[in-house]
Write a protein that binds this ligand. Sequence first.
Ligand code: MN
Length: 583
Amino acid sequence: MIMGATIKELIKKEPNGLIARAYAFAEKAHAGQKRKSGEPYFKHPLATGEVLQSWHLDEATVAAGILHDTVEDTGVPLDTVKKEFGTEVASLVDGVTKLGHIKYRETPAKDGGKNDKDGAEELKAENLRKMVLALSQDLRVVFIKLADRLHNMQTLSSLPAAKQKRIALETDEIYASLAYRLGMHNVSGELQDLALPYLHPREYEWLLSIAKERFAEREKYLEKIKPQVKKVLEEHDIHPLDIEIRAKRYSSLYKKLLKRDMDIERVHDLVAMRIIVATLPECYAALGVIHEAWPPLPHRIKDYIAMPKPNAYRSLHTTVIGPEGKRVEIQIRTKEMHDENEYGVAAHWLYKQKQEGAAVSGKKLAQEIAWVQQLKNWQEHFAGNADDPEEFVRAMKINFFTDRIFAVTPRGDVIDLPAGSTPIDFAYHVHSEIGNSATGAKVNGVISTLDHVLKSGDVVEIITQKGKKPSEDWLRFAKTTIARDHIRMALRKKNTFARSLSLPTHAELRMTVEDRVGLIKDISGAIAELRIGIISFHTEPATGKTYHINKVEIASTDKKKIEKLAEKMRGVKGVKEISYRLL
Ligand code: MN
């Protein structure tokens, strides 16, 4: 792959390559489709691929970026993508499609208690961020989703206002935050900047009115002193690769103003000068030279190289009294630190492909990115294998939360369940009434049984019928306590009703047994095999001590079935006698 090339250039170089084929395939699949803005739809997936290419990601990721909306929006079966482009690309596309089913929206506050609500929202957002990672299975899916979201945010103005607000909120709470945690500061900041005018339109207007001129004024001043800084450094034999003048992002200015009583005079780093040097020793040398030339402000020197931020950000920061007695914020870092600060985890692809610096970056990340322990484990894993490209790709696979699955409602709400859960568990976790009146389920649009085992990313729709009551059979496959408790409660009610009509509701098996290790297991196994629920199990000593009486209450009144069960029980070693009665 050519570094820094555009997709057009890549296609020209390899007209039959993966990216060229993805381009042709997606262009055809989206033919005739328009975006809300009236533009041809294909512009969007192409822009997504272009962003991924600009992050120097691998070919499969760029191709999957171009293909990312074909399955969801054009009805191309995933199998076709698999046949055309292989499992790797298909699984990336599938991951992005699944992520598209998650929707974040604010929960309306029930009691108006603002603090409570904020706490709950934060927890919900945090869970959603984890779910995005869990659903992704592969970090490259997150990269594609971020690139997709970046372009969607750039074109958000053509959507209806209510949708704009929801998407902007989701972008800010979930995706910008996720990008930040992955150390992708540039992406995170850009997403936040794009969301700000939709989330706080009036504040944004005000921000522009107070900051725009100040930004311009500061930029002009820094541009003016830039040659002086360069000269001072060169006199000491430090040759900066680049000196950037960077205005603070509006979104980060807004956050800072909230902490400074909205007083812009108290924000000193409106525009910063960023010095990129070749080596780590040069960072410190440059800092010394700058401090010699212009006096530093005390307490403003920060060494994020020796002590990186929790998200692995590395740089030296200082504020000096520059020419004309004006304050100058200066950041000093190497190119590698800079790329990692801007692109985070994604930067490793760049270094991997350049075949340099990978070991350093991997180790550093392993030590410094602190988030969920699982993510850390992933990095440690990666750090230990940074020299093996195949191992690196394997390490990108996210495999945390192996004991949880995340299923999605048709509205896009995520339901967090233990692995092995079924649509019945899902139904009760959405609402007890939905559980109680469930008659069937659709999983990813396909009718399925209530005992179907769900996977992460499944979209589950529960079919309900008014007046329907739970079946005791459900206890056999309901996995969660919430579901089981509700089923039992509903059954008890049902039984009380049946009892009032003097109808039997369950049965009792009475067995004389000679106890042995494993007997109870064999008895309950035989009952379970006939798919009958056990309500209770009692053992009492019988006369003579050799034998015991076991009484098992079972959730069935089906005589034929119970007969069959009794027959079976007689074959269990240790069971001497068996009788039953309906209760
Ligand atoms: Mn898209």
